[in-house]
Design a binder for this molecule. Structure first.
Ligand SMILES: NC(=O)c1ccc[n+]([C@@H]2O[C@H](COP(=O)([O-])OP(=O)(O)OC[C@H]3O[C@@H](n4cnc5c(N)ncnc54)[C@H](OP(=O)(O)O)[C@@H]3O)[C@@H](O)[C@H]2O)c1
Length: 267
Protein backbone atom coordinates (compact mmCIF):
# COMPACT_ATOMS: atom_id res chain seq x y z
CA UNK A 1 0.00 0.00 0.00
CA UNK A 2 1.40 3.38 -1.02
CA UNK A 3 -0.93 5.32 1.26
CA UNK A 4 0.66 5.74 4.70
CA UNK A 5 -1.47 4.24 7.49
CA UNK A 6 -3.65 6.68 9.49
CA UNK A 7 -1.89 8.23 12.48
CA UNK A 8 -3.21 10.56 15.22
CA UNK A 9 -0.65 13.27 14.53
CA UNK A 10 -0.74 13.11 10.75
CA UNK A 11 -3.25 14.51 8.29
CA UNK A 12 -4.31 14.43 4.66
CA UNK A 13 -4.31 17.99 3.37
CA UNK A 14 -6.97 18.28 0.66
CA UNK A 15 -7.26 21.54 -1.30
CA UNK A 16 -10.54 22.50 -2.91
CA UNK A 17 -12.40 20.41 -0.34
CA UNK A 18 -15.45 22.71 -0.11
CA UNK A 19 -17.13 21.17 -3.17
CA UNK A 20 -17.00 18.67 -6.01
CA UNK A 21 -14.15 16.20 -6.43
CA UNK A 22 -12.22 17.57 -3.41
CA UNK A 23 -15.11 16.94 -0.99
CA UNK A 24 -15.38 13.37 -2.24
CA UNK A 25 -11.62 12.77 -2.05
CA UNK A 26 -11.80 13.90 1.60
CA UNK A 27 -14.74 11.50 2.12
CA UNK A 28 -12.71 8.62 0.62
CA UNK A 29 -9.71 9.34 2.87
CA UNK A 30 -11.82 9.83 6.02
CA UNK A 31 -13.61 6.57 5.23
CA UNK A 32 -10.21 4.85 5.44
CA UNK A 33 -9.68 6.31 8.93
CA UNK A 34 -7.44 9.24 7.96
CA UNK A 35 -7.60 12.64 9.61
CA UNK A 36 -8.12 15.41 7.06
CA UNK A 37 -7.28 19.09 6.74
CA UNK A 38 -9.80 20.70 4.42
CA UNK A 39 -8.71 23.82 2.54
CA UNK A 40 -10.64 26.24 0.29
CA UNK A 41 -11.97 29.81 0.55
CA UNK A 42 -15.56 29.08 1.72
CA UNK A 43 -15.20 28.34 5.42
CA UNK A 44 -18.91 27.53 5.96
CA UNK A 45 -18.78 24.77 3.32
CA UNK A 46 -15.55 23.39 4.76
CA UNK A 47 -17.10 23.24 8.24
CA UNK A 48 -20.13 21.34 6.91
CA UNK A 49 -17.84 18.76 5.27
CA UNK A 50 -15.69 18.52 8.44
CA UNK A 51 -18.76 17.94 10.63
CA UNK A 52 -20.06 15.25 8.27
CA UNK A 53 -16.71 13.42 8.24
CA UNK A 54 -16.17 13.65 12.00
CA UNK A 55 -19.62 12.35 12.84
CA UNK A 56 -19.58 9.62 10.20
CA UNK A 57 -16.02 8.33 10.62
CA UNK A 58 -14.88 9.64 14.03
CA UNK A 59 -11.73 11.15 12.50
CA UNK A 60 -10.04 14.49 13.20
CA UNK A 61 -11.18 16.97 10.52
CA UNK A 62 -9.53 20.40 10.45
CA UNK A 63 -10.53 23.33 8.28
CA UNK A 64 -8.36 26.18 7.04
CA UNK A 65 -10.01 28.90 4.94
CA UNK A 66 -7.39 30.08 2.48
CA UNK A 67 -7.13 31.69 -0.95
CA UNK A 68 -4.53 29.38 -2.46
CA UNK A 69 -3.97 31.77 -5.35
CA UNK A 70 -2.01 34.04 -2.97
CA UNK A 71 1.52 33.04 -1.93
CA UNK A 72 1.21 34.75 1.49
CA UNK A 73 -2.04 32.87 2.17
CA UNK A 74 -0.36 29.57 1.30
CA UNK A 75 2.44 30.37 3.74
CA UNK A 76 -0.18 31.09 6.43
CA UNK A 77 -1.80 27.72 5.68
CA UNK A 78 1.51 25.88 6.11
CA UNK A 79 2.11 27.66 9.43
CA UNK A 80 -1.41 26.89 10.70
CA UNK A 81 -0.98 23.20 9.95
CA UNK A 82 2.37 23.25 11.78
CA UNK A 83 0.92 25.20 14.74
CA UNK A 84 -1.80 22.55 15.10
CA UNK A 85 0.97 19.95 15.51
CA UNK A 86 0.05 18.08 12.34
CA UNK A 87 2.32 16.28 9.92
CA UNK A 88 1.08 16.15 6.33
CA UNK A 89 1.34 12.52 5.23
CA UNK A 90 -0.97 12.89 2.25
CA UNK A 91 -1.20 15.99 0.06
CA UNK A 92 -4.03 16.36 -2.45
CA UNK A 93 -3.66 19.33 -4.79
CA UNK A 94 -7.19 19.48 -6.17
CA UNK A 95 -8.26 23.16 -6.00
CA UNK A 96 -8.57 24.64 -9.46
CA UNK A 97 -10.84 26.37 -11.90
CA UNK A 98 -11.19 26.75 -15.64
CA UNK A 99 -12.19 29.45 -18.08
CA UNK A 100 -13.61 29.11 -21.58
CA UNK A 101 -13.47 31.25 -24.70
CA UNK A 102 -10.95 32.60 -27.20
CA UNK A 103 -7.89 33.68 -25.20
CA UNK A 104 -7.84 37.19 -26.69
CA UNK A 105 -11.40 37.79 -25.39
CA UNK A 106 -10.89 36.43 -21.88
CA UNK A 107 -10.20 38.56 -18.81
CA UNK A 108 -6.42 38.58 -18.45
CA UNK A 109 -6.49 39.02 -14.66
CA UNK A 110 -8.64 35.87 -14.37
CA UNK A 111 -6.23 33.93 -16.63
CA UNK A 112 -3.35 34.98 -14.38
CA UNK A 113 -5.31 33.97 -11.27
CA UNK A 114 -5.83 30.59 -12.91
CA UNK A 115 -2.09 30.12 -13.37
CA UNK A 116 -1.44 31.13 -9.77
CA UNK A 117 -3.95 28.60 -8.44
CA UNK A 118 -3.72 25.68 -10.91
CA UNK A 119 0.08 25.85 -11.34
CA UNK A 120 1.86 27.98 -8.73
CA UNK A 121 -0.05 26.64 -5.70
CA UNK A 122 0.65 23.04 -6.79
CA UNK A 123 4.40 23.69 -7.06
CA UNK A 124 4.41 25.65 -3.78
CA UNK A 125 2.64 22.99 -1.68
CA UNK A 126 4.65 20.15 -3.26
CA UNK A 127 7.77 22.25 -2.59
CA UNK A 128 6.88 22.44 1.11
CA UNK A 129 5.57 18.93 1.73
CA UNK A 130 7.57 16.68 -0.67
CA UNK A 131 10.87 17.32 1.20
CA UNK A 132 9.13 16.81 4.58
CA UNK A 133 7.62 13.52 3.40
CA UNK A 134 10.96 12.44 1.91
CA UNK A 135 12.65 13.19 5.26
CA UNK A 136 10.13 10.96 7.05
CA UNK A 137 10.40 8.23 4.43
CA UNK A 138 6.65 8.14 3.92
CA UNK A 139 3.93 10.08 2.18
CA UNK A 140 1.62 10.28 -0.80
CA UNK A 141 0.80 13.12 -3.18
CA UNK A 142 -2.24 13.23 -5.48
CA UNK A 143 -2.32 16.08 -7.98
CA UNK A 144 -5.50 16.63 -9.96
CA UNK A 145 -4.92 17.43 -13.63
CA UNK A 146 -7.54 16.73 -16.32
CA UNK A 147 -8.06 14.95 -19.62
CA UNK A 148 -7.38 18.37 -21.19
CA UNK A 149 -3.75 17.85 -20.08
CA UNK A 150 -3.12 15.49 -23.01
CA UNK A 151 -3.51 18.03 -25.81
CA UNK A 152 -3.71 21.79 -26.27
CA UNK A 153 -7.31 22.97 -26.27
CA UNK A 154 -8.39 26.01 -28.28
CA UNK A 155 -10.85 28.12 -26.21
CA UNK A 156 -9.28 26.73 -23.04
CA UNK A 157 -5.69 27.68 -23.83
CA UNK A 158 -4.59 28.70 -20.33
CA UNK A 159 -6.60 26.01 -18.57
CA UNK A 160 -5.38 23.14 -20.77
CA UNK A 161 -1.79 24.40 -20.47
CA UNK A 162 -2.14 24.61 -16.67
CA UNK A 163 -3.28 20.98 -16.53
CA UNK A 164 -0.53 19.86 -18.95
CA UNK A 165 1.86 21.49 -16.48
CA UNK A 166 0.34 19.56 -13.56
CA UNK A 167 0.60 16.27 -15.45
CA UNK A 168 4.22 16.78 -16.58
CA UNK A 169 5.33 18.20 -13.23
CA UNK A 170 3.71 15.40 -11.25
CA UNK A 171 5.08 12.59 -13.40
CA UNK A 172 8.60 14.04 -13.12
CA UNK A 173 8.24 14.67 -9.36
CA UNK A 174 7.29 11.03 -8.93
CA UNK A 175 10.62 9.99 -10.43
CA UNK A 176 12.56 12.54 -8.35
CA UNK A 177 11.01 10.99 -5.24
CA UNK A 178 11.63 7.41 -6.38
CA UNK A 179 13.01 5.32 -3.51
CA UNK A 180 12.14 7.93 -0.87
CA UNK A 181 9.00 6.18 0.36
CA UNK A 182 6.82 8.92 -1.14
CA UNK A 183 4.44 8.06 -3.94
CA UNK A 184 3.08 10.57 -6.43
CA UNK A 185 -0.04 10.11 -8.57
CA UNK A 186 -1.85 12.25 -11.14
CA UNK A 187 -5.63 12.03 -11.41
CA UNK A 188 -7.07 13.15 -14.77
CA UNK A 189 -10.83 13.60 -14.54
CA UNK A 190 -13.00 14.05 -17.61
CA UNK A 191 -16.35 15.87 -17.50
CA UNK A 192 -17.54 15.67 -13.89
CA UNK A 193 -20.76 17.06 -12.42
CA UNK A 194 -19.47 19.73 -10.04
CA UNK A 195 -19.54 23.52 -9.69
CA UNK A 196 -16.63 23.70 -12.15
CA UNK A 197 -18.66 24.74 -15.23
CA UNK A 198 -20.76 27.29 -13.36
CA UNK A 199 -17.62 28.87 -11.82
CA UNK A 200 -15.96 29.01 -15.26
CA UNK A 201 -19.06 30.38 -17.01
CA UNK A 202 -19.39 27.19 -19.11
CA UNK A 203 -22.66 25.70 -17.76
CA UNK A 204 -24.33 25.59 -21.18
CA UNK A 205 -21.56 23.51 -22.72
CA UNK A 206 -21.55 21.01 -19.84
CA UNK A 207 -25.37 20.88 -19.86
CA UNK A 208 -25.30 19.72 -23.49
CA UNK A 209 -22.83 16.89 -22.86
CA UNK A 210 -24.30 13.37 -23.26
CA UNK A 211 -24.88 11.50 -19.98
CA UNK A 212 -22.34 8.77 -20.74
CA UNK A 213 -19.59 11.42 -20.75
CA UNK A 214 -20.50 12.80 -17.31
CA UNK A 215 -19.11 11.28 -14.13
CA UNK A 216 -20.15 12.03 -10.55
CA UNK A 217 -17.50 13.56 -8.27
CA UNK A 218 -17.86 10.54 -5.98
CA UNK A 219 -16.96 8.13 -8.83
CA UNK A 220 -14.02 10.29 -9.87
CA UNK A 221 -12.69 10.64 -6.31
CA UNK A 222 -12.95 6.89 -5.69
CA UNK A 223 -10.85 6.23 -8.81
CA UNK A 224 -8.25 8.80 -7.72
CA UNK A 225 -7.86 7.53 -4.16
CA UNK A 226 -7.71 3.89 -5.29
CA UNK A 227 -4.91 4.84 -7.71
CA UNK A 228 -3.10 6.68 -4.89
CA UNK A 229 -3.42 3.62 -2.68
CA UNK A 230 -1.92 1.43 -5.38
CA UNK A 231 0.86 3.93 -6.03
CA UNK A 232 -0.10 4.37 -9.67
CA UNK A 233 1.65 7.01 -11.79
CA UNK A 234 -1.36 8.40 -13.64
CA UNK A 235 -5.03 7.55 -13.73
CA UNK A 236 -7.60 8.83 -16.20
CA UNK A 237 -11.09 8.60 -14.71
CA UNK A 238 -13.26 6.33 -16.86
CA UNK A 239 -12.47 4.11 -19.84
CA UNK A 240 -14.03 6.46 -22.41
CA UNK A 241 -11.88 9.32 -21.09
CA UNK A 242 -8.81 7.05 -21.08
CA UNK A 243 -9.36 6.29 -24.77
CA UNK A 244 -9.79 10.01 -25.47
CA UNK A 245 -6.54 10.76 -23.63
CA UNK A 246 -4.65 8.29 -25.83
CA UNK A 247 -6.15 9.95 -28.91
CA UNK A 248 -5.24 13.40 -27.59
CA UNK A 249 -1.65 12.33 -26.98
CA UNK A 250 -1.09 10.49 -30.25
CA UNK A 251 -3.05 12.35 -32.91
CA UNK A 252 -0.86 14.69 -35.00
CA UNK A 253 -1.40 18.33 -33.96
CA UNK A 254 -1.90 19.30 -37.62
CA UNK A 255 -5.09 17.19 -37.65
CA UNK A 256 -6.25 17.48 -34.03
CA UNK A 257 -6.05 21.25 -33.47
CA UNK A 258 -8.02 22.42 -36.54
CA UNK A 259 -10.58 19.69 -35.71
CA UNK A 260 -10.92 20.93 -32.13
CA UNK A 261 -11.12 24.53 -33.33
CA UNK A 262 -14.11 23.62 -35.51
CA UNK A 263 -15.92 21.22 -33.18
CA UNK A 264 -15.16 22.22 -29.57
CA UNK A 265 -18.45 23.30 -27.97
CA UNK A 266 -17.11 26.42 -26.21
CA UNK A 267 -17.35 29.39 -28.58
N1 LIG B 1 -15.46 19.06 -13.14
C1 LIG B 1 -14.77 18.67 -14.20
O1 LIG B 1 -15.35 18.36 -15.26
C2 LIG B 1 -13.27 18.59 -14.14
C3 LIG B 1 -12.62 17.93 -15.20
C4 LIG B 1 -11.24 17.82 -15.17
C5 LIG B 1 -10.52 18.32 -14.10
N2 LIG B 1 -11.17 18.97 -13.08
C6 LIG B 1 -10.35 19.51 -11.99
O2 LIG B 1 -10.81 18.97 -10.76
C7 LIG B 1 -10.45 19.86 -9.71
C8 LIG B 1 -11.66 20.04 -8.80
O3 LIG B 1 -12.67 20.72 -9.52
P1 LIG B 1 -14.23 20.39 -9.35
O4 LIG B 1 -14.69 19.85 -10.65
O5 LIG B 1 -14.48 19.63 -8.12
O6 LIG B 1 -14.81 21.88 -9.28
P2 LIG B 1 -15.48 22.71 -8.09
O7 LIG B 1 -16.68 22.01 -7.58
O8 LIG B 1 -15.64 24.09 -8.65
O9 LIG B 1 -14.36 22.71 -6.95
C9 LIG B 1 -13.25 23.54 -6.99
C10 LIG B 1 -12.66 23.65 -5.61
O10 LIG B 1 -11.52 24.51 -5.65
C11 LIG B 1 -11.66 25.50 -4.64
N3 LIG B 1 -11.00 26.74 -5.03
C12 LIG B 1 -11.24 27.49 -6.14
N4 LIG B 1 -10.47 28.59 -6.12
C13 LIG B 1 -9.73 28.53 -4.97
C14 LIG B 1 -8.78 29.39 -4.39
N5 LIG B 1 -8.39 30.53 -4.97
N6 LIG B 1 -8.23 29.03 -3.21
C15 LIG B 1 -8.62 27.89 -2.59
N7 LIG B 1 -9.52 27.03 -3.10
C16 LIG B 1 -10.08 27.36 -4.28
C17 LIG B 1 -13.16 25.69 -4.50
O11 LIG B 1 -13.48 26.19 -3.20
P3 LIG B 1 -13.83 27.71 -2.80
O12 LIG B 1 -14.67 28.28 -3.91
O13 LIG B 1 -14.55 27.53 -1.51
O14 LIG B 1 -12.51 28.38 -2.64
C18 LIG B 1 -13.65 24.27 -4.62
O15 LIG B 1 -13.54 23.61 -3.38
C19 LIG B 1 -9.96 21.15 -10.37
O16 LIG B 1 -8.55 21.18 -10.32
C20 LIG B 1 -10.45 21.01 -11.81
O17 LIG B 1 -9.61 21.71 -12.71
C21 LIG B 1 -12.53 19.09 -13.07
Amino acid sequence: MALPPPDRSSTCLVTGASSGIGTDIARELAGRGHGVTLVARREDKLREVAEELTSRHGIRAETVACDLGEAAERERLVKEVEDRGLTVDVLVNNAGFGTGGRFQRLDLDRELQLVRLNVEAVVHLCGIYAPQMGGQGRGAILNVASTVAFQPLPRQATYSASKAFVLTFTQALREDLHGSGVTVTTLCPGLTQTEFFEVGGMSDEAGNAPDFLLMTPAECAAIGVRALEKGRRTVVAGSFNAAGAIGGRLMPRSILLPLLRRTYPIK
